[in-house]
Design a protein around this ligand. Structure first.
Ligand SMILES: [Zn+2]
Length: 119
């Protein structure tokens, strides 16, 4: 019988409700400036924007360590993260993945909010 989930995946899946609520938060738009929070976090990370509304600034500051942790666990270094978070296509793909998590939770393979090819 094939082993479907490795220990790492089942650990992630056991935190699914947590990831889902986090994803919902990131994919939702800021009530003050109307920008998706994930994109504000990316702007914050890549320093491509200097000024944020209070709400986005707070969210970005709080989520920075988590975003860094996720990228580091994927083996991406800090310089690359900054480049990736500036790339508009990568940003759209990431937002789409986050929307997918909001709708479906974390799955393997991960369904996205919209097919990658049309984002
Ligand atoms: Zn905002």
């Amino acid at each position: 019988m094939a082993k479907i989930l490795d220990s790492n995946h089942s650990l992630t899946l056991s935190f699914n409700p947590l990831w889902k609520s986090l994803a919902r938060y990131l994919a939702s738009k800021c009530e003050k400036c109307g920008k998706e929070r994930l994109l504000s976090v990316f702007d914050f990370y890549s320093s491509s924007q200097r000024f944020f509304c209070e709400s986005c600034l707070l969210a970005s500051t709080a989520l920075m360590p988590l975003i860094r942790l996720i990228f580091f666990s994927l083996g991406v270094d800090n310089t690359t993260i900054k480049q990736l978070t500036k790339d508009s296509l990568i940003r759209k793909c990431m937002l789409s993945v986050v929307k997918g998590i909001t709708n479906f939770g974390i799955r393997y393979p991960q369904p996205t909010g919209a097919p990658i090819t049309i984002v």
